[in-house]
Ligand binder design. Structure first.
Ligand code: TRP
Length: 454
């Protein structure tokens, strides 16, 4: 046995990978994008692109990771070692570049993610402050300020670091397994409650009736593609490193399907909660759209709509609010640990740093980036989200497809897939997927980019 950690069971992996996938992207990002991109049309395109693009890329990451048993940089190098090109050193340099680009993207994603996650903590505490008759405190907790953003961002980093430094089983797996199921239950109960309120129907109809004329809008397509990649934690090496912790006995395509379904399922459910809740809030006088139909404030939508909803519930609303935002914090935590794991695994495996030390140092560095964002919020926050999630992730996803489809030797790829999947060679998966990542995925991603730039 080597000393690498690994997930203890199939369920352990599914919950950890689903924990990574399910996060602010599903519950904050997805409904916001739905609302600002015309409702049902976005939902439709998003589901379509998830199966068409994100699932194949997820499989690429899982297979690369489990085969190489290492972080993204080392893994891509190993793949280019196995090939027979005329320019092996050149391919190797590229693979290192792509790997580091992924690690950098993962770190930048954490830098903004931790800020939003900090808001969740603050919003979980605000109702407590209210219950204790401290309205000033509650007010500070729920209004935008540098001091609040900083404090709760720090708190969230401390939580993330303390889990990651413990490693795969005791840290990542244990917490994902405990917390994911509670979140699901909570969302379902809230959907049922919101559905009974006045105004909710308008939300349901916006959400479930696609406006087909908008389906091919370039802006909608690129947003949906970015969202599909972000939501499945793709294109930065997160799923690749989680893949490296999966046992060789597991059937990878099946695991991938399970994670994809959980992720889409939670996003759709979150939409069923948030979109009707928006309309309920609007019905109660909270302003959501401007006169021209733009969402009033994209990044803070959740934070005006949900508290308005909870306060409509009287006393019980306080407790629902506390639990909901606590669960959001937790969902964010099972995602943030998967982001931090990317640079940490690199430092541990390539530079022989002790895990604990690596986690603290890297966590601190990324926190400094967050501080810069907090002090220049208007200029940096949206910019970093756009660069990392809309552009970097799909582009790296494209390059990973190229690695699997063009660089990796086909026989080695099949050999890896066959572990835990004896009949891989004669399966539909093997019939479609290799061709698919070779030609179709790169093509679709390129077309979507081309469309949105032209
Ligand atoms: N998928 C998570 C969400 O929806 C966020 C996330 C976790 C992520 N790890 C990632 C996004 C790696 C991109 C890359 O909230």
């Amino acid at each position: 046995m080597d000393t690498r950690g690994g997930f203890s069971s199939r369920l352990g992996f599914i919950l950890a990978a689903a924990g990574s996938a399910v996060g602010l992207g599903n519950i904050w990002g997805f409904p916001t994008q739905v609302a600002s991109n015309g409702g049902g049309a976005f939902v439709l395109v998003y589901i379509f692109l998830t199966f068409l693009l994100a699932y194949p890329v997820l499989m690429a990451e899982l297979i690369i990771g489990r085969s190489a048993q290492s972080n993204i940089v080392t893994a891509l190098e190993k793949i280019s070692d196995s090939q027979t090109s005329f320019y092996p050193t050149f391919t190797k340099k590229i693979s290192r570049g792509v790997g580091f680009w992924g690690v950098l993207t993962a770190s930048l994603i954490l830098s903004f993610y931790a800020i939003v996650a900090g808001w969740m903590i603050a919003f979980a505490l605000a109702p407590i402050a209210n219950l204790l008759n401290m309205p000033y405190l509650a007010d500070w907790l729920t209004s935008f300020s540098v001091s609040r953003n900083l404090l709760f961002c720090i708190l969230f980093y401390l939580l993330t670091i303390s889990i990651v430094q413990k490693g795969v089983r005791a840290g990542i797996e244990r917490w994902s397994r405990r917390l994911m199921p509670i979140l699901l239950l909570m969302i379902i109960v809230l959907i049922a409650y919101v559905a009974t309120l006045e105004g909710a129907m308008a939300g349901w109809s916006l959400y479930l009736k696609p406006d087909f004329s908008r389906v091919f809008a370039p802006e909608l397509l690129i947003s949906a593609m970015g969202q599909a990649f972000f939501s499945l934690s793709l294109g930065v090496g997160t799923m690749l490193i989680y893949g490296s912790y999966i046992s060789k006995k597991e059937n990878l395509p099946v695991l991938g399907v399970a994670v994809t379904f959980v992720d889409i399922g939670i996003a759709i459910l979150a939409g069923l909660l948030i979109i009707p809740a928006m309309f309920v809030a609007e019905h109660n006088g909270v302003e959501i759209y401007t006169k021209t139909g733009q969402l009033l404030s994209e990044d803070t939508l959740l934070f005006s709509v949900l508290p308005a909803l909870f306060s409509s519930m009287d006393l019980i609303g306080y407790f629902v609010a506390i639990i909901f935002f606590m669960l959001m914090t937790i969902a964010a935590l099972t995602s943030s640990i998967s982001m931090l794991e990317v640079p940490v695994a690199l430092a541990v495996e390539r530079h022989n740093t002790a895990r604990k030390k690596a986690t603290w140092i890297i966590g601190l560095i990324i926190f400094i980036v967050s501080i810069c964002i907090i002090y220049n919020f208007g200029a940096l926050f949206g910019l970093i989200i756009t660069i990392t999630t809309k552009y970097s992730e799909p582009l790296i996803g494209l390059l990973l497809c190229v690695f699997v489809g063009w660089v990796w030797r086909r026989d080695l790829l099949l050999k890896e897939l066959k572990q835990g999947f004896n009949h891989a060679e004669t399966s539909i998966f093997w019939l479609i997927w290799p061709f698919y990542v070779r030609f179709i995925c790169p093509l679709i991603i390129t077309v979507v980019f081309y469309n949105s730039i032209m």
